[in-house]
Design a protein around this ligand. Structure first.
Ligand code: UDX
Ligand code: ADP
Length: 465
């Protein structure tokens, strides 16, 4: 089965499915790639002739879509037809943390995956390779296999795990030049054939030695492990930032010093207001849940601490703003520079900005947000989702503006929540003339030139300095 893949279907046109399939289509012009989604608006946006209206902002993405769309890359809501025609189906739907029932707040919610599996089982008339692309808890492939093998119509499915390691903001580069591609599958004859079929798609542009084949469970657990290690590095450096603030040490100097140790390496040592994004928290919580479900309490507690430290870091940042505002932000205007969870993306899932804003709203602050790529509706939706403040209060207290200069008028403080490059290039003298004095800047990303700002007249508060 599946030696020669001619038609691919990807279920889920999101941050993972969209860019990944666009690059696969670009590098495999002989394969027809159909991306399907139940969200009609998303599909309409992907098909928009104005490429600036694509639903996802990702550097380099629109160029790839421009080259492939309606040639061998198609976006549609017709899920059944795309499944039926495909030799290989990628499942790329979202797997958020459960918000109800058993495992609430920790386990991954697999209802979207299960719906997909049932749909594939119902519609398929020919044998297919089904690829898990979404981050999934270990042994999900088993559940998929269970649903798919019970159709009784003789159709055979081979399940592969092919976790995505792209980071948002650099997704296209990560896809074009990945450190590695991981393919997990059964070690049976048909399992090996399926792994080779998927490998050959990647080998169209990636050196063979970077395409690793493992068993399914190793592949699934590798993804959680990679994200847990990365999140742990950030929580580790953030833990040191707290100690630095109490001493004369500077966390960026420490990061530089330890990063030159080749055993440690320089990446992912940037202390910040806290990590966000759709993966880190979800995957670490998932790991905690899995460890607990095997009765491994010590293992669960070890990883849970990564999340606790991250929550503490977000809270600490908000508390610092309050403390330096004479212990009250009630009715004061706090300008937020950035809302996305990192630069170069319009994704806001689990962004630190949401939690810092929520804490400041508890203290009745007025918040003016400027982010170069995030929409007003998204910001309101993020705050409303927390269910801690009424929609009316959020809309009264939080305003979203389309330029940084609008945000700073009569602001009591400026808080940097995302490390967008443009923030560094602003005319800080002009900003100084518009804000209330004392002029306080809270740099939650340590990106600004502190000396320059201090010379202009600002008080600058950093993380870990
Ligand atoms: C992550 C993984 O990097 C990627 O491999 C996986 O497929 C998905 O999850 P992503 O969430 O897109 O990718 O972004 P990443 O660059 O990892 O950043 C995550 C968060 O950590 C961001 O909020 C970022 O600002 C923060 N971060 C990152 C730091 O605070 N300090 C750092 O040194 C690095
Ligand atoms: P990710 O970051 O994992 O790509 P997103 O939320 O950006 O997550 O994208 C997941 C997409 O999957 C969404 O656009 C959602 O509408 C889509 N989706 C979820 N369930 C289904 C389903 N059963 N059939 C088709 N699309 C689905």
């Amino acid at each position: 089965m599946g030696k020669d893949i001619k038609n691919i279907c990807c279920i889920g046109a999101g941050y993972v499915g969209g860019p990944t399939m666009a690059v696969i289509a670009l590098k495999n012009p002989q394969i027809q790639v159909n991306i399907v989604d139940i969200n009609e608006q998303r599909i309409t946006d992907w098909n928009d002739t104005d490429l600036d209206k694509l639903p996802i902002y990702e550097p380099g993405l629109k160029e790839v879509v421009e080259e492939t769309r309606n040639k061998n890359l198609f976006f549609s809501t017709d899920v059944d037809t795309a499944i039926d025609n495909a030799d290989m189906i990628f499942i790329s739907v979202n797997t958020p943390t459960k918000t109800y029932g058993k495992g609430k707040g920790q386990a991954a919610d697999l209802k979207y995956i299960e719906l997909c599996a049932r749909q594939i089982a119902r519609v398929s008339k020919t044998d297919k390779i089904v690829v898990e692309k979404s981050t999934l808890p270990v042994r999900t492939a088993e559940a998929l296999q269970g649903i798919l093998s019970s159709t009784g119509n003789g159709v055979k499915f081979e399940i592969l795990s092919n976790p995505e390691f792209l980071a948002e903001g650099t997704a296209i580069d990560d896809l074009l030049i990945p450190d590695r591609v991981l393919i997990g599958g059964n070690n049976t004859v048909s399992g090996k054939e399926a792994k080779n079929a998927l490998s050959s798609i990647y080998e169209a542009w990636i050196p063979k030695e970077r395409v690793l084949q493992t068993n399914v469970w190793s592949s699934e657990l590798s993804k959680l492990t990679a994200n847990a290690f990365l999140a742990q590095r950030i929580s580790s450096i953030n833990a040191m930032s707290v100690l630095c603030e109490e001493t004369e040490a500077d966390v960026d100097e420490i990061a530089r010093a330890i990063g030159m140790d080749s055993r440690i390496g320089p990446k992912f040592l940037k202390s910040s207001v806290g990590f966000g994004g759709s993966c880190f928290q979800k995957d670490v919580l998932n790991l905690v849940y899995i460890a607990k479900s095997y009765g491994l309490d010590e293992v669960a507690e070890y990883w849970d601490q990564v999340i606790k430290l991250n929550d503490y870091q977000k809270r600490r940042f908000a508390d610092k703003i309050i403390k330096e505002s004479y212990n009250t932000v009630s009715g004061k205007k706090i300008a937020f520079f950035g809302w996305a969870f990192k630069k170069d993306t319009n994704d806001t899932r689990e962004s630190a900005a949401i939690y810092v804003a929520d804490h400041l709203l508890d203290e009745q602050a007025d918040i003016i947000v400027y982010d170069p790529k995030v929409s007003e509706e998204r910001i309101y939706a993020d705050l409303e989702y927390l269910n801690t403040h009424s929609s009316e209060e959020i809309r009264n207290r939080v305003k979203v503006v389309s330029s940084h200069s609008e945000a700073v008028n009569n602001a009591h403080a400026i808080a940097i929540l995302t490390e967008w490059d443009e923030f560094k290039a602003y005319n800080w003298k002009e900003i100084y003339s518009k804000v209330l004095k004392p002029a306080n800047v809270f740099d939650g990303r340590n990106i600004l030139d502190k000396e320059k700002l201090v010379n202009v007249g600002f008080n600058v508060y950093n993380i870990g300095k």
